[in-house]
Design a protein around this ligand. Structure first.
Ligand SMILES: [Fe+2]
Length: 716
């Protein structure tokens, strides 16, 4: 169907399901009314003239229905809420604003503390009372107290360095009568109006505390320096310490009533607070220096829509890639999900490991539709157009928040416009080239996801002969990487079907599998840089960054590692002398014998394209690994990764011999083996000429031998 514009979108609460699981689908349309939904197996999402061709298969299911679909808005932005039910007289907190836009630092009953261009304004019942000076990107301590019928405010601005002077301002205002700030709830990082957020704050908040007593604010400021003294403050109602339990969605109340803050949409945790002094960069060593919570007006980890329809995954549904297909007039949406084999069902010998962590990292990334290295800024389809005009669906891990800071968390609990078929050939849609190839071969395969691998580890994969990756398995948690390493150590065979794989370490939310975190620490080809001192994940305490900088370069696992990226056209591979080695003769059976292979394909016109990996002994590529073929003659835009360029010089080599994709094979001591393609674009060549080509032949030969139980013999 030719869509004119995207009118209807949706998401699922579970990207990976198996028999018996309850799964919900949340839908929203711009024009509320009847929509048709049905279940399809998604085989290939490539709609382009030179691609494998769009393929879906309708499946009869309890999901097939006509449904009334409403419009469901998204209220983005992170914030915190605590129930206090108290009469408040004093409010103290530290804050650091990162934009001049009006934003509410805290709302305590009728009191709203709001930053803006003119400073920080204290409102009572939405009437502006006192305005105190504050500066962008500086920490401030703020105290507010009611003394009979007088409202007092005191603010101290910290300095950025020795060239600035710290400033304290204290102001007071006589009110019409004496008041107490009766507060059922406290909101941090937002106002709460008509049951939703308003004026979401961009910036950090630390150590907010409330008392029922009036304070001399200079005393309160001194007291605020020490969490133990805050705990003993007279009349303490609540005091929140965000240096505790940074992995979850709770801000711990160290006061008498345990009124913990619940955080929504994942404000960033494990970030430097007001008391960070640079003596340690490790949140685990000095947690008290990481007591801030960082709110953003565009954080979104749960759109929180009401389910439109749901089902229980039936026992007889084969493992595969499916989608809920939703149609309203000439608008449609696909909500893909992955069905794992039912427990206790016989498994296939092949597991296709859908790189869902990578889908999450790229979820709703707009680099392709805004002018960037990836694109000339073209809107290419209705999904792009929707992303360009619906900022509320949130950001990817490749973008910056509205205040310029990097996006650390991503989730699939929101419409994800590039986790769909029919779009550009990247991530999910590019990976359908692999499922289409497997269907073409008529080889039964199971589908598993990164989320499952993270949760279940080796238990999930030990029974398979072969694991096949997607085109871009870039984001790996420790558990995922360990599981793949264990698999290879236990006679497993791995087909690494892409490029830039096993590159960044990620962390999963402790109890919400839909959410991942990245810290782009130290180095790497990265859309933003982690702040100094913020290299540890909040979800796991683990040091973030490239696996290469943590002693586990991908070369150790799959023989090759990220070498270069370029988006101005693909190229071919040329067979290397290693291709004639007897150890790999099975790979080249019935191939054409041509030295040049893969000078075709639906991704950039060549099998070696986009992001490419090379064999490199210095990075730990096994010495017995055989490079079967290497790419050459890349376009001018295919440039070496920045982590290999140590200083700027006039002789800097951005291209050269190190820029190449190495198709590689090696045996593992366990009887297992690895085949690596080294290019994201590789899978786009499989279907060329009706699957009658050397790339397809080579890959299919590898798969058929990898299925075979006969152990590979370790050479020498
Ligand atoms: Fe990548």
């Amino acid at each position: 169907m030719q869509e004119e514009a995207k009118n209807i979108v949706g998401y699922t609460d579970r990207l990976s399901v198996s028999a018996g699981d309850h799964q919900a689908f949340m839908l929203s349309t711009e024009t509320p009314g009847t929509c048709q939904v049905e279940l399809v197996e998604l085989i290939c999402g490539d709609t382009r003239a030179k691609g494998a061709g769009f393929q879906e298969r309708r499946i009869e299911s309890s999901l097939t229905a006509s449904l009334e679909v409403a419009h469901q808005p998204i209220h983005g932005g992170s914030y915190g809420v605590a129930a206090v039910n108290a009469g408040v007289t004093t409010v103290c907190l530290c804050f650091l604003p990162t934009t001049a836009k009006q934003g509410t630092v805290a709302q305590v009953g009728p009191l709203t503390i709001r930053t803006g261009e003119n400073g920080v304004c204290l409102h009572i019942d939405s009437e502006a009372m006192l305005t105190l000076p504050c500066k962008l990107n500086r920490w401030h301590w703020l105290g507010v107290t009611v003394d009979g019928d007088v409202l007092k405010g005191r603010i101290t601005s910290d300095t950025a360095g020795p060239a600035e002077r710290a400033e304290t301002t204290e102001l007071s205002l006589k009110l019409g009568g004496s008041i107490v700030l009766e507060a059922e709830s406290v909101f941090l990082g937002t106002s709460w109006v008509d049951d939703k957020t308003s004026h979401v704050f961009n910036g950090k908040v630390e150590r907010p505390w409330l008392s029922s007593e009036t304070f001399d604010l200079s005393d309160a400021e001194i007291l605020s320096e020490d969490l133990d003294r805050i705990k003993d403050a007279k009349g303490l109602i609540a005091a929140w310490d965000f240096s505790q339990q940074v992995a979850g969605d709770t801000g711990v109340d160290i006061g008498p009533s345990g009124s913990h803050v619940t955080l929504f949409n994942c404000p960033t945790r494990a970030v430097k607070g007001r008391y960070w002094d640079g003596t340690s960069n490790n949140v685990n060593e000095v947690p008290v220096q990481y007591g801030a919570v960082y709110f953003h007006d565009d954080d979104l980890t749960d759109a929180n829509w009401v389910p439109t329809t749901s089902w229980q995954v039936p026992d007889d549904l084969p493992s595969a890639v499916y989608a809920l297909k939703v149609t309203q007039h000439n608008s449609q949406d696909y909500i893909p999900f992955f069905v794992r084999p039912a427990p206790h069902h016989r498994r296939s010998r092949i597991a296709y490991l859908a790189p869902t962590a990578t889908y999450l990292a790229y979820a709703n990334q707009r680099l392709g539709i805004e002018e960037s290295i990836l694109s000339d800024g073209k809107i290419r389809n209705v999904n792009d157009a929707y992303l360009a005009t619906h900022k509320e669906v949130g950001l990817s891990l490749y973008e910056h928040h509205s205040d310029g800071s990097g996006v650390h968390y991503s989730s699939y609990l929101r419409p994800v416009l590039n986790l769909k078929p029919e779009g550009t050939m990247w991530a999910f849609n590019a990976d359908t080239n692999i499922t289409a190839w497997l269907r073409h071969l008529d080889e039964p395969f199971d589908v598993i996801t990164d989320e499952d691998l993270h949760r279940e580890g080796m238990d999930l994969i030990e029974d398979y002969n072969v694991i096949i990756t997607g085109t871009h398995p870039e984001y790996y948690s420790t558990e995922m990487l360990d599981a793949i390493a264990d698999f290879l150590a236990n006679s497993g065979r791995l087909m690494y079907m892409g490029g830039n794989g096993f590159y960044w370490r990620i962390a999963h939310h402790p109890d919400k599998p839909a959410i991942i975190e990245v810290r782009r620490a130290e180095d790497g080809t990265r859309a933003w840089m982690a702040e100094p001192g913020e290299y540890f994940h909040s979800f796991t305490d683990e040091y973030g960054g490239m696996w290469r900088r943590q002693g586990r370069p991908p070369n150790l696992l799959v023989g090759i590692g990220f070498a270069a990226q370029g988006f101005d056209g693909g190229t071919y591979y040329r067979l290397k002398p290693g291709a004639r080695d007897k150890r790999v003769s099975f790979i080249f059976e019935d191939t054409s014998g041509d030295e040049v292979i893969g000078d075709y394909g639906s991704i950039e016109g060549g099998a070696a394209s986009q992001e490419i990996d090379r064999w490199d002994s210095e990075l730990g590529s096994p010495s017995h690994a055989i490079v079967l073929a290497s790419s050459e003659n890349h376009q001018p835009g295919m440039l070496r990764v920045v982590e290999e360029l140590h200083m700027s010089t006039p002789f800097m080599q951005m291209q050269g011999a190190q820029v190449r994709a190495d198709m590689t094979f090696f045996e593992a001591p366990s009887g297992g083996a690895v085949f690596s393609t080294g290019s994201i674009g590789y899978a786009g060549a499989l279907a060329h000429n009706g699957y009658d080509n050397d790339i397809c032949k080579i890959t299919s030969n590898v798969l058929r031998r990898f299925i075979d139980d006969t152990p590979f013999e370790y050479p020498g």
